[in-house]
Design a protein around this ligand. Structure first.
Ligand SMILES: [Zn+2]
Length: 475
């Protein structure tokens, strides 16, 4: 399927939200997410009030029509009265601000003269105060991609919202946990300069690389969230929230362009609205497009002047792409492999911590090469293979339950959508292997080591390590 996106008049922009690995933005609480039971629950009710202009925001109205009440789960030692909105916010976390400024400068954006924290109305209860605090750090940047120049509209520093835990629609009760509320987020918004799905991926990868170059961003699922705004000619501007995986961005754009196109073909005008990304890369209606965000100055937080001296003190980190040779040398990777590892936002450091018994170079090879092989073998997409599958397989390998030889075999099965039956791949115990070698040597005494090796490997396909068989044959 080759859609001519130029002809379609596709325009897309990205908005990337990245959590920082610092303490919270407006208090000293650590930015830790917790799975254990909360220490207490606080109940609150929230209603939309008219803003200073006397109008009620259309999105706000949509929310309060549900008459929601909210429960907030708190922890005594990792959340405080600031998250509960019972104490005014502290001054902006200077470390978070410095990192946001580094990112802004790396994106060629112009810093504002003064950081002024603003309040943006939020009425779904995900902010205890009823608004999200956000500050413009810089604007009018640009990045140069292979596919052209993409302008960076703004770089902001803002607080993350509370995480939804459960929703009781019958009683209009929503429960949030306050651990995530206040974690600093860098928000990068591009202008709608993206014209093909592939270009969107290139831009998202580049921005992810710049963010990680600071060495102070959180990693893992949910720590980076991507919104995409899309329009096609004669269509409507649609905002898609919460694309979790970078690799999904091109698919989400393709499907949204298709959706708008098919509406136009039925003589229906697509509506300008906010939609949410589904796991299968389709989208579903979330809410009407909010009016232009009404923002009011946050009077509890003093503005921070951005002086020449302040900017001079900022030492820009080296971009990861410029550290290619260092990465290659550290883990013994080919330069091509190191390049792909950086482009895919893979942190080998993280894998090393998770799987101490597996060489990072092997992890890199599996993550990059196997999906390519599978694509060639299955003559299709890597199918049902998701990141969690790789983690599962690495865990079995790390624990010595399977051999390296089994890893690609298992991944192919998973890519076909088959259920993983690990018993099929469990390593053959040493005694059994030794028995088989002795039996073979007795039965066919004149074969070469290579020939024995071949027979054993084909008998125990994927269940023995070639290295071990060789050792046993020689020993
Ligand atoms: Zn706090």
């Amino acid at each position: 399927m080759s859609t001519d996106y130029k002809l379609l008049g596709l325009k897309a922009g990205l908005e990337i939200h990245q959590q920082l690995d610092t303490s919270k933005l407006f208090c000293n609480c650590p930015s830790v997410l917790r799975d254990d039971a909360p220490d207490a629950i606080v109940k609150r009710r929230l209603t939309a009030v008219a803003g200073e202009t006397g109008e009620v925001d259309i999105a706000a109205l949509h929310e309060t029509s549900r008459k929601a009440a909210f429960n907030y789960e708190i922890y005594h030692n990792t959340t405080c009265l600031v998250e509960l909105d019972d104490e005014p916010p502290h001054p902006v976390n200077p470390e978070a601000l410095r990192i946001a400024m580094e990112v802004a400068l790396l994106l060629n954006a112009k810093p504002v003269q003064e950081i002024q924290v603003m309040r943006k109305t939020v009425v779904d209860g995900s902010n205890t105060s009823g608004f999200q605090r956000t500050a413009l750090v810089a604007r009018n940047g640009h990045i140069q991609m292979r596919s052209g120049k993409v302008r960076i509209a703004t770089v902001c520093l803002e607080e993350d919202s509370a995480k939804i835990i459960s929703q009781d629609r019958q009683h209009g009760m929503v429960t949030y946990r306050l651990d995530r509320l206040g974690i600093p987020l860098i928000e990068i918004a591009t202008e709608p300069d993206i014209h093909t799905p592939e270009q969107a991926k290139e831009v998202a990868e580049y921005l992810g690389m710049v963010l990680r170059s600071t060495g102070k961003v959180k990693r893992g699922l949910g720590t980076i969230r991507q919104d995409v705004n899309i329009s096609i000619e004669k269509g409507a501007r649609v905002e898609i929230k919460g694309v979790q995986d970078l690799r999904s961005i091109p698919k989400v754009i393709e499907k949204e362009a298709e959706r708008q196109l098919s509406l136009l073909k039925q003589n229906q005008k697509p509506k300008s609205e906010v939609r949410k990304a589904n796991p299968d890369n389709t989208t579903s209606f979330l809410r009407p497009m909010p009016g232009a965000a009404r923002m009011y100055p946050e009077t509890d937080v003093p503005p921070v002047p951005v002086t020449k001296e302040y900017l001079m003190r900022i030492k820009l980190p080296k971009l990861l792409t410029d550290k290619l040779s260092e990465l290659a040398a550290e883990y013994g990777l080919s330069e091509a492999l190191a390049k792909e590892i950086i482009a895919r936002n893979v942190s080998l450091e993280e894998y090393k911590a998770l799987f101490p018994n597996i060489a990072p170079a092997y992890v890199a090879q599996i993550l990059i090469e196997v999906p390519k092989d599978i694509k060639a073998r299955l003559k299709a997409d890597t199918g049902k293979l998701v990141h969690e599958d790789f983690l599962k397989v690495f865990r079995h390998l790390n624990d010595g339950e399977i051999t390296k030889e089994a890893v690609p075999e298992i991944l192919v099965e998973l890519a076909k959508g088959h259920k993983l039956d690990i018993s099929k791949y469990k390593s053959v115990p040493d005694e059994e292997l030794k028995k088989e070698i002795d039996r073979l040597k007795k039965e066919k005494p004149d074969l070469s080591s290579q020939a024995y090796m071949g027979l054993i490997m084909s008998k125990f396909r994927g269940k023995v390590s070639g290295k071990k068989v060789m050792e046993m044959l020689q020993g």
